[in-house]
Design a protein around this ligand. Structure first.
Ligand code: XUL
Ligand code: MN
Length: 346
């Protein structure tokens, strides 16, 4: 039997957010980036995810040279703390140039901004010694159907991915699909779409995917099936575990918060496909509740990791032989109860 995987965990600075939502301000005091790095280390997480402007603040106002200098300084700090950078992601949804989309904007000049910024992001990743570039395509979609052309958008997107692939032969691009929010309809809403897009690029084997549980649920899909699908193509290079209560706004709840069974199924899919065997991290894209007091600031992350670890034990102690017998006998009623009782500790 293959060796059991020891998982490595990570999160991003935005996962220790201060409680703001679209309808109200922060509910916890602002913290420095260094405090966030220290929390990560203190609580035994191995790596941090970065947006390009987490690594180099105010990136748009800085020269290439200055960006490199600051990225090098950050790398020194990370090395000193023993923290790995899992990935760097261009934040392409904040700038005035991305009001009408980034890679798929109707404005040529603005599309160029998105590409230039992505190339700087790859430079930062290089300095932070990660080859993983995460692309959450936040504003690549339509709000008003007649304002865009989905086929043309795909051409623009592939053109941008090709420029990134050409810029650095080592970079691996990891598309994080999400079906909606902030757009009404995203152009790359699911893992199937992302895998299809990869096949149009100049180097498909360097274009993979990142699955976020909540995003799959928002697309009406089962995150466990998305995991099996992506891994069949060898494309699951990162993971944002969390949970989501139905088709609402993106909730980023703690892992297992809504459905323990779905969380169990996601880990079962990860285990049977060997996720982590090539050094992939388990990242939690979870947010503290707005009501969380400062003294409980890290609990959503610690709880997500604890639930993950407890469920790994549940997956490893699940009687697969007995389950297979019930499948062979088409006794899915008994299989259903077997899963429930296993989760209930019976
Ligand atoms: C947005 C989302 C982002 C990405 C990183 O829903 O999940 O935080 O994970 O850009
Ligand atoms: Mn995410």
């Amino acid at each position: 039997m293959a060796k059991k995987i020891d998982y490595k965990f990570c999160f991003g600075p935005w996962n220790i957010s201060e409680g703001q939502d679209p309808y109200g301000p922060t509910t916890r005091p602002a913290q420095t980036f260094d405090w966030k790095l220290a929390q990560l280390k203190k609580h035994g997480f191995e790596a941090m995810m970065f947006h390009d402007d987490d690594a180099v603040p105010d990136i748009d106002s800085k020269s290439e040279q200055q960006i490199r200098k600051e990225a090098k300084e950050l790398k020194k700090r990370l090395d000193g703390l023993g923290i790995v950078a899992e990935m760097v992601a261009p934040r392409l949804w904040f700038a005035p140039q991305t009001i009408d989309g980034a890679y798929t904007s109707n404005s040529k000049k603005d599309r160029q901004y998105a590409i230039d910024r992505s190339l700087r992001c790859i430079d930062i990743a290089n300095i932070l010694d990660t080859d993983l570039i995460v692309l959450w395509l936040a504003r690549e979609g339509s709000y008003l159907r007649e304002s865009k052309d989905a086929g043309r958008a795909l051409d623009y997107l592939v053109e941008a991915l090709d420029k990134m692939l050409a810029h650095d032969k080592r970079a691996r691009l990891c598309i994080e699909p999400k079906p909606n929010e902030p757009m009404d309809h995203a152009y790359v809403p699911t893992i199937g779409h992302a895998v299809a897009v990869s096949s149009l690029t100049r180097d498909p084997k360097r274009v993979g995917v990142l699955i976020e549980s909540a995003h799959a649920i928002l697309a009406g899909l089962d995150p466990a099936d998305e995991i099996d699908f992506a891994m069949k193509f060898g494309k699951l290079w990162s993971l944002h575990l969390n949970d989501q209560n139905g088709l609402k706004y993106d909730q980023d709840r703690p892992f297992g918060n809504v459905s323990l069974r779905s969380a169990f199924d996601q880990i079962r899919a990860l285990e049977r496909n060997g996720y982590g065997r090539n050094g992939e991290y388990v990242c939690f894209d979870v947010h503290p509740f707005r009501t969380t007091k400062p003294e409980h600031w890290m609990d959503h992350l610690l709880n997500s990791r604890r639930t993950f670890e407890l469920l790994v034990k549940k997956v490893r102690s699940f009687d697969e032989k007995a389950a297979a017998k019930l499948v062979a006998d088409r006794n899915y009623q008994a299989l259903d109860q077997m899963v429930l009782e296993h989760l209930l500790g019976k």
